[in-house]
Design a binder for this molecule. Structure first.
Ligand SMILES: Cc1cc2nc3c(=O)[nH]c(=O)nc-3n(C[C@H](O)[C@H](O)[C@H](O)COP(=O)(O)O)c2cc1C
Length: 381
């Protein structure tokens, strides 16, 4: 398993090695969804290490689907910002991929024009205090597919090498696939096949928007640990369908690729979920087996060393996405490559003042990271 070997995507573009910067929301964009200098620097410094590809923080595709203070890919007004993001991601010549999402029932009312959530069905998320959304009309659902297509077109115009659909972590694409969030009785729900319709329509629209020569990726949560959620077998069927489309990769979103821990809707991890589901098999190896080389598989979650990356590849992944390790140490990949893993910073400094500027982390992102104790390791001194 050579993590330093190049990887050629189906579309023809090539990553110089198997390491990818995972999509990382900085929660620090301008109100209008344009990137700030601080978040451009966050990306530029990390991409300069020579990753095969960098995936952007998730960009909202519709003004009423925004879940945090992040970047947007809604219309031409976002183009100059998108161009700057693509340039920063290419700091060392790696591929630049824009992740796009819609928040649906986990959008943030304060960031939305009329503060009213809309989602596949009028079912509130499990997050404490969540507003019950209104169910979207069928026309609105079609319109949302077009918003994904439009975002892919904007990404192409801005010079990105590809787009990743955020179909994971409980956002709208995931909600359409989930029996916990989708109780529709029209063409977008009511049976397993119809719950796949929206993710598949979005994947097709993005491929069409990009054309055949750019990377089209899709991120999935491989199962829901919440009771009544979809299982790994369900996700395998979705991935089998996605693999039939002209996709370049499927990315498997886990908090730890070894432990089968998906992101929970509540983001509360200190208590086990009562009646929760946990598959016995490894999602990475199971999905790799189903996909069977028709598209690449990207693993993520808990990759802190070169040996971790090799372990994920042994399970069947072609590419590995790295998140927290590169937040904590912006020069992580250079140290891994030089065989100097002992020099890697193992956690965020204890003193808050030593985090933002020395590590090029935007200040609102520092607050966001520290607001969830245990999310990122902290140094003792
Ligand atoms: C601060 C932060 C922001 C994140 N933002 C996104 C995002 O915008 N889109 C996404 O798909 N995942 C997002 N994630 C999840 C990561 O991409 C990754 O899957 C997760 O952190 C597990 O990998 P890791 O252990 O290498 O960090 C985020 C994670 C963190 C820590």
């Amino acid at each position: 398993m050579d993590v330093w070997s190049s990887y050629k995507f189906k579309c023809g573009l090539e990553a110089a090695n198997r390491f990818v910067i995972a999509p990382l929301t900085t929660n620090s964009s301008n109100d209008d969804g344009t990137a700030t200098d601080a978040e451009l620097e966050f990306v530029r410094r990390r991409s300069a290490n020579g990753f095969g590809a960098t995936i952007s923080s998730a960009a909202y595709i519709a003004a009423d689907g925004r879940s945090w203070q992040g970047i947007g890919a809604v219309d031409e007004r976002h183009l100059p910002s998108l161009k700057r993001i693509a340039e920063a991601m290419r700091a060392a010549g790696g591929l630049a991929i824009l992740q796009i999402y819609d928040g649906g029932r986990i959008a943030k009312p304060e960031l939305i024009p009329d503060r009213r959530l809309r989602a596949p069905s009028a079912i509130a998320s499990l997050r404490p205090g969540a507003q019950t959304p209104r169910a979207m009309t069928s026309d609105e659902v079609h319109g949302l597919v077009e918003s994904f297509r439009n975002a892919a077109l904007l990404a192409k115009t801005a010079g990105f090498d590809g787009v990743e659909v955020h179909g994971a972590n409980h956002y709208t694409v995931h909600q359409f696939f989930s029996p916990r969030a989708n109780a529709r009785t029209d063409e977008w729900g009511s049976s397993f096949a119809k719950r796949m319709a929206f993710p598949l329509a979005v994947a097709r629209a993005v491929r069409e928007g990009l054309g055949p020569k750019l990377i089209a990726g899709f991120r999935v949560t491989p199962f829901e640990s919440e009771p009544g959620g979809y299982t790994l077998d369900d996700a395998k069927l979705l991935c089998a369908e996605l693999a039939q489309l002209d996709l370049d990769y499927i990315s498997i979103s886990l908090d730890d690729f070894r432990m089968s821990k998906p992101m929970r809707e509540t983001r509360v991890y200190d208590k086990p979920i009562e009646g929760g589901y946990l598959p016995k098999e490894s999602p990475v190896s199971e999905i790799s087996r189903v996909v069977a080389g028709r598209t690449a598989v990207m693993a993520s979650g808990g990759i802190w060393t070169c040996a971790d990356a090799e372990g994920a590849m042994r399970l069947g992944a072609d590419l590995v996405a790295v998140g927290r390790a590169i937040i904590v140490d912006p020069e992580w990949l250079s140290k891994v490559k030089a065989g100097r893993e002992e020099a890697i910073l193992a956690g965020l400094p204890k003193q808050q003042a030593d985090i933002a500027d020395p590590l090029s982390i935007p200040r609102p992102m520092v607050d966001y990271l520290l607001s969830r104790p245990g999310w990122l390791p902290r140094l003792a001194e």
